[in-house]
Design a protein around this ligand. Structure first.
Ligand code: RFL
Ligand code: PHB
Length: 391
């Protein structure tokens, strides 16, 4: 088989890229390790920046998002038992975020891809291998239903997440990796109960961080910070709700509606960046290239901005026969990535309880939070990063 761009991974990065390239008349094939249902079953991001919302529109898949997504003009910070609102809209001069689950983003993109009849090969398992990307005729091989297949292409887009094969295929000497692993994780629970509040609540407490998020007016997503070595089997739904309640302010505690979990899982927190993002005719995008701790809600949004830059570079290559866009892809994308890495690290450090740091750490966090909610300059810095820095 021959295609112009072989895309590895059918997460948001791969699906968005496939759609943008297709709109520009550039052929592409997506190879995905898992089944479509498995990909849709992963409960992950919930907050889209304007950049991601605009990209969904550009892909022609924004209709349901605008209908069902929730526009949030503020977030609440809870510390010392009290909540303080950060007015995103007024602090940024008009910006907001969209609460629309990654599952829905993926579902809309998969449906559009299927409707356009674009080739996606699911369940390739660990069989995908990348060859010849140091030259102009790269090849991707995979096995499906016991048969070997080969795709000849002009470019390979590695959109296969943190554990994918693309980054792992790059010679060690050609790539530099920066990493920080945090000493805690997030235990998340999804339930069909109305959200405790109509905006997100980020809580700093002496028992650790908590987040109250949502997917709709009837579906809530909650998280509590847990030790890194914690196992999800140790957490009954009741234990989760009890711990969450202890981390809320009295009013929210009173209003919290509990119910059986639809999903419960623990995610570790990590900051990670690989440099550069281009190796000959192979490009990395999204989680394949970088990871942020979820506190700033930036992971999916960075995948979207990488894809925006990469698609425009590839379109320029085919339409205008200019390689300026693909030559600058890595540098352009990394500038935005590092700023989101900094913000996510800062917000994580401010909101979580770090083991072995003692009571002074809590006091210093509370002083910073007090400053943050009372200083217009500091609130503005938080707000403009939260809604997303310009492309
Ligand atoms: P994905 O979604 O991991 O997709 C990669 C795909 O590649 C496939 N794959 C392979 N395919 C073929 N061959 C191989 N060898 C392969 N290896 C892997 C995988 O099966 C998968 O389908 O990466 P992508 O597309 O870069 O998207 C990134 C986002 O998924 C991620 O950044 C976000 O989920 C992060 N994130 C959040 N981001 C936000 O912007 N806002 C949020 O509110 C937010 N909350 C979160 C989050 C991530 C979380 N977890 C669980 C890590 C909350 C949580 C709890
Ligand atoms: C979510 O709804 O899953 C979510 C929201 C905000 C975050 C992280 C996760 O910062």
């Amino acid at each position: 088989m021959r295609t112009q761009v072989a895309i590895i991974g059918a997460g948001p990065a791969g699906l968005l890229l496939g759609q943008l390239l297709h709109k520009a008349g550039i052929s592409n094939v997506i190879l995905e390790r898992q089944s479509g249902d498995y990909v849709l079953g992963r409960i992950r991001a919930g907050v889209l920046e304007q950049v991601a919302v605009d990209l969904m529109d550009e892909c022609g898949v924004g209709q349901r998002m605008h209908h069902e997504g929730l526009v949030h003009e503020g977030i609440e910070l809870l510390f010392k038992g009290e909540r303080h609102r950060i007015d995103l809209r007024s602090l940024t001069g008009g910006d907001a975020v969209m609460v629309y689950g990654q599952t829905e983003v993926t579902r809309d993109l998969m449906a559009a891809r299927a409707a356009a009849g674009l080739p996606t090969v699911y369940e390739t398992g660990d069989s995908v291998s990348l060859h010849g990307f140091d030259g102009n005729a790269p090849v991707v091989r995979y096995r499906k239903d016991g048969q070997e297949h080969e795709i000849q292409c002009d470019f390979i887009a590695g959109c296969d997440g943190y554990h994918g094969v693309s980054r792992a295929s790059v010679p060690k000497g050609a790539i530099r990796e920066y990493e920080k692993v945090y000493p805690f994780g997030w235990l998340g629970l999804l339930a069909d109960v109305p959200p405790v509040f109509h905006e997100l609540i980020y809580a700093n407490t002496e028992r650790g961080f908590a987040l109250c998020s949502m997917r709709s007016a009837t579906r809530s997503r909650y998280y509590v910070q847990v030790p890194l070595e914690e196992k999800v089997e140790n957490w009954s739904d009741e234990a989760f709700w009890n711990e969450l309640r202890l981390r809320l302010d009295p009013e929210a505690r009173e209003r919290l509606v509990t119910g059986p979990s639809l999903e419960k899982s623990i995610a570790p927190l990590r900051s990670f960046v690989a440099e550069p993002l281009r190796f000959g005719t192979l490009f990395l995008a999204g989680d394949a290239a970088h990871i942020v701790p979820p506190t700033g809600a930036k992971g999916l949004n960075l995948a979207a901005s990488d894809v925006k830059y990469l698609a425009s570079g590839l379109i320029e290559h085919y339409r205008e026969r200019s390689d300026a866009g693909i030559d600058h892809y890595s540098e352009r994308a990394l500038r935005r990535v590092w700023k989101a890495e900094r913000f996510s690290w800062w917000f994580t450090s401010l909101m979580h309880k770090f083991p072995n740091e003692g009571p002074i750490a809590q006091k210093l966090q509370e002083a910073e939070l007090d400053y943050l909610v009372n200083s217009k300059a500091a609130s503005t810095a938080l707000a403009e990063n939260y809604v997303g820095l310009p492309l």
